[in-house]
Design a protein around this ligand. Structure first.
Ligand code: GLN
Length: 481
């Protein structure tokens, strides 16, 4: 299968044209998209063909001719942004996300918008108001979430590079489930301007691709200070290709593996540790005592922020509007009829946690625990260079298995959530297949040390070798030019 790097190189050397690349991926989409359902919307082929002709004239871009897809909560001017919600079913943003501007400047070709859990609330993409995306490795299983469409599109060979958002694991968890690489940058590395906000103190946009080098390239394009997002940092950009750095010590936290973790995940994690040791890197046990509270406080903090962020979908300012006798009735009808169950649950939970009388007991206390988790990471990352953790506690689960039990669904992000609470960069890398299903491993680094995380991931990837593609891809002629 072609990598992003191969595509760009091939186009620059005129081995093939951007149109040939588009045609290959388009054929693939036509072949399997009705089975996977990764996209909420696709640009019409004729329109893409016109755009592609323009690209060929300026082959200098770092992503020239690369077909990409974006999670449907990232605004592209002229395309619908639905957030997989009925409330935004006809919303076309009049402006563009900063990441989209940066990607276009480098010659990337946006082919469509991918499916997700409604407003990014979920871990399986089953909360989409439109469709259920399927895992390309097993069509009866979920692709993970909430960026499930983006991960499935890459795994299915329908796009070599996609983008998602990660508030508590939504890039890394679906990447692990779909056997692809996904990166959550340091909070402040990538502009959130034009990303529909879920929890503004946690959200980050990041890339999903087949391999670490492609992730590296994508990050080097989208990272950087943006005047339109005051939380972005002006720290030095990510170099591509970066320095060849080798970690001295990698830490792992055995107490995290005690409860509720599948044996296959534990096995795969042990394999990762032996690979690392085999590379001559020291591996040391570390302890992050407050991580066990991560899941509980995340659902208080993220829901609180979401309840406030989602107040704007009232029928007046954005999207769908239902009729009502007066303002209150109009808002009630609009929100009542157009928001899904999980969205309502989060709004209720968040509003409760922020209400006077409960604020101190829930929101404020959760903030204090968040500081303790940050401190745990700070201490440990003073002693080791990186932390290795499983990405998910379980293998990709069956469609429908957790929809009736939100708590079980929330547990899917046990290992990814603490990283967002601390604002750290982390990659999920596919490591092995267990029972024919992908298992990922997570590498977590210090703030703004993306290059170290990527270098170590590259090392691990090299040692792992090629990762087997899903049968649906092997049997279905993936883009190869
Ligand atoms: N699964 C988590 C949630 O539902 C994380 C979602 C995300 O990162 N957007 O909140």
């Amino acid at each position: 299968m072609l990598t992003v790097r191969d595509i760009v190189k091939g186009i620059k050397e005129r081995k093939f044209s951007p149109l040939e690349i588009l045609d290959n991926y388009w054929a693939r989409i036509e072949k399997i998209e009705d089975k996977i359902k990764a996209f909420i919307s696709l640009k019409p082929y004729e329109e893409l063909k016109k755009e592609v002709t323009q690209l060929g004239k300026n082959p200098e871009g770092r992503l020239v001719g690369v077909p990409i897809a974006l999670k449907d909560n990232i605004n592209v001017r002229g395309l619908k942004t639905t957030c997989a919600s009925k409330v935004l079913q006809n919303y076309k943003p009049p402006f563009e996300a900063t990441v989209v501007e940066l990607l276009k400047k480098e010659g990337a070709l946006i082919v469509g918008k991918t499916n997700m859990d409604e407003f990014a609330f979920g871990s399986s993409t089953e909360n989409s108001a439109y469709q259920t995306t399927r895992n390309p490795y097993d069509l009866t299983r979920v692709p993970g979430g909430s960026s499930g469409g983006s991960a499935a599109a890459v795994a299915g060979g329908m796009a070599p590079l996609t983008f998602g958002s990660d508030t508590g694991g939504s890039i890394r968890q679906p990447s692990a489930f779909c056997g692809v690489a996904g990166f959550k940058p340091t909070y402040g590395r990538v502009s959130r301007y034009g990303l529909v906000a879920f929890a503004s103190s946690l959200d980050q946009i990041g890339p999903i691709a087949k391999n670490v080098e492609d992730i590296w390239l994508a990050l080097s394009v989208i990272g950087g200070r943006d005047e339109k997002d005051p939380t972005t940092s002006s720290c030095p950009p990510i170099n591509y290709p970066g320095k060849n750095w080798k970690p001295g010590v990698i830490g792992f936290c055995p107490d995290l593996l005690e409860e509720g973790v599948d044996t296959e995940i534990k096995e795969s994690f042990t394999e990762a540790i032996s690979i690392i040791k085999g590379l001559g890197v020291a591996v040391r046990e570390v302890h992050l005592p407050h991580l066990k509270y991560g899941l509980s406080i995340y659902y208080i903090l993220a829901s609180s922020e979401a309840s406030s962020n989602l107040a704007r979908f009232d029928g007046l300012r954005y999207g769908q509007r239902e009729k009502g006798e007066n303002y209150a009735e109009m808002v009630e009808n609009t929100r009542g009829r157009n928001l899904g169950r999980e969205v309502k649950r989060r709004i209720l939970l968040g509003t409760f946690a922020l209400s006077s009388g409960y604020y101190d007991a829930y929101y404020l206390k959760a903030l204090k625990v968040r500081a303790l988790i940050r401190e745990d990471f700070r201490k440990v990352l003073g002693e080791v260079d990186l932390i290795l953790m499983p990405t998910t506690p379980t293998l990709p689960f069956e469609i429908g298995a957790k929809t009736k039990d939100p708590l079980q669904m929330y547990k899917a992000d046990l290992f990814t959530i603490p990283v967002n609470l601390a604002g750290l960069p982390a990659i999920s890398l596919p490591l092995s297949l267990k029972k024919g299903l992908p298992v990922g491993v997570q590498l977590i680094g210090r703030h703004f040390e993306e290059e170290q995380v990527l270098s170590a991931a590259l090392m691990l990837e090299k040692e792992r070798g090629d990762f087997p593609s899903p049968v649906i891809v092997v049997k279905g002629d993936c883009p190869q030019v």
